[in-house]
Design a protein around this ligand. Structure first.
Ligand SMILES: [Zn+2]
Ligand SMILES: [Zn+2]
Ligand SMILES: [Zn+2]
Length: 117
């Protein structure tokens, strides 16, 4: 059974376009955002979490697949994370950024809950 993490504080309305997270953003005939997995913290979540900059709302470091990320890591690879305004591939992500993501991930259950799809 697939699951994904959604905000505990979510509200789902009749007009919500996703019945899991309640977003009114996007066009989803099945009323589900595409499911994406953060490349840094591994959290499965709604694509709409990336609204804005495409950053994972749970670890605050990973870039969610499905959003366009024109930025590249200094090595030239597609960026998969952002930290202090710089873009990184997973290989070059700094230890400080990784540690922050781990810390944020550890606090996930405070504001988020895992639901079955
Ligand atoms: Zn959603
Ligand atoms: Zn993440
Ligand atoms: Zn790199």
């Amino acid at each position: 059974m697939a699951t994904r993490w959604v905000r505990k504080s979510r509200r789902v309305y009749d007009s919500s376009l996703c019945t899991l997270c309640g977003t009114r953003w996007g066009v989803y005939p099945n009323r589900r955002c595409p499911r994406v997995v953060c490349p840094v913290c591994g959290t499965a979540q709604c694509l709409s979490n990336g609204l804005g900059k495409g950053v994972c709302l749970i670890c605050q470091v990973g870039l969610l697949p499905g959003w366009s990320h024109p930025e590249r890591c200094r090595c030239g690879a597609q960026a998969q994370a952002v930290w202090l305004g710089h873009s990184y591939c997973l290989e070059h992500l700094t230890d400080k950024a990784k540690a922050t993501a781990v810390t944020n991930l550890a606090r996930r259950a405070e504001l988020w809950e895992e639901v079955e799809e």
